[in-house]
Design a protein around this ligand. Structure first.
Ligand SMILES: [Zn+2]
Length: 222
């Protein structure tokens, strides 16, 4: 009998990408350990709600309980709009305005340390970064170098899986299913647990659904 594929720790930010990634691994029969990192940013409470809701909807023997890490970065990001809520980049704003320093390094590093060492000693971390990610910390080269550093840190091999890195956001949306899309969350200025419909991430979400020719199931507050 073939042994079960190794468990994979997935950074679950709740967006269309990370939710699709969890669904893909589950469909492949892989054990998934979802991790959400709450950094005290203005959308993190809402993101936590969506991450829990998604995990509840996908509960089963392959999905481990959601690991929630509290990592308040308010001091480090002193004055950043993501902590103050002032001048939140609007729909159509430049990508550079959305950039949060050390984002993937922080999320991956803490997810690694929250994860139990797997039986065969190989840590597998996955994130749903796509071809649309043009930030310096979104390239395969960046993740390759993270693997090297994290392997030293962990005292054993660490792999960072990026199965969606050659797909665009509209392609991920097209490959996902309606329930998963409806349970996903990507807004940096949510209003009472709803997408605001006006921020840079809502703008990208809406245009990606349009580009995918998929009906957007999101309820926007505006
Ligand atoms: Zn929004």
């Amino acid at each position: 009998m073939a042994s079960l594929p190794e468990p994979v720790v997935v950074l679950l930010g709740g967006g269309v990408e990370s939710t699709a990634l969890v669904r893909r691994f589950l469909a492949e029969g892989r054990h998934v350990s979802p991790v959400h990192v709450h950094c005290g940013l203005i959308w993190d409470d809402c993101e936590s709600v969506y991450a829990r809701r998604f995990c509840d909807a996908n509960a089963g023997p392959l999905l481990a309980p959601l690991v929630e890490i509290r990592l308040p970065l308010g001091g480090f990001l002193n004055g950043h709009w993501a902590t103050t809520g002032k001048n939140v980049p609007a729909s159509g704003a430049l990508s550079a305005e959305l950039e949060i320093p050390l984002r993937n390094l922080t999320l991956l590093g803490f997810a690694l340390h929250a994860a139990r060492r797997p039986p065969n000693g190989v840590h597998k971390l996955a994130l749903g970064t796509t071809a649309d990610n043009n930030y310096p910390d979104g390239s395969r080269d960046y993740f390759d170098k993270c693997e090297a550093v994290f392997s030293l840190e962990a005292g054993g091999p660490v792999q960072i899986l990026t199965p969606l890195i050659h797909q665009t956001k509209p392609e991920v949306i097209r490959d996902s299913d309606r329930q998963t899309l409806a349970l996903s969350f990507s807004c940096v200025n949510p209003q009472r647990d709803l997408h605001c419909g006006r921020c840079i991430k809502c703008g990208r979400r809406q245009s990606a659904f349009r580009a995918a020719s998929v009906d957007d199931p999101t309820q926007y507050s505006n």
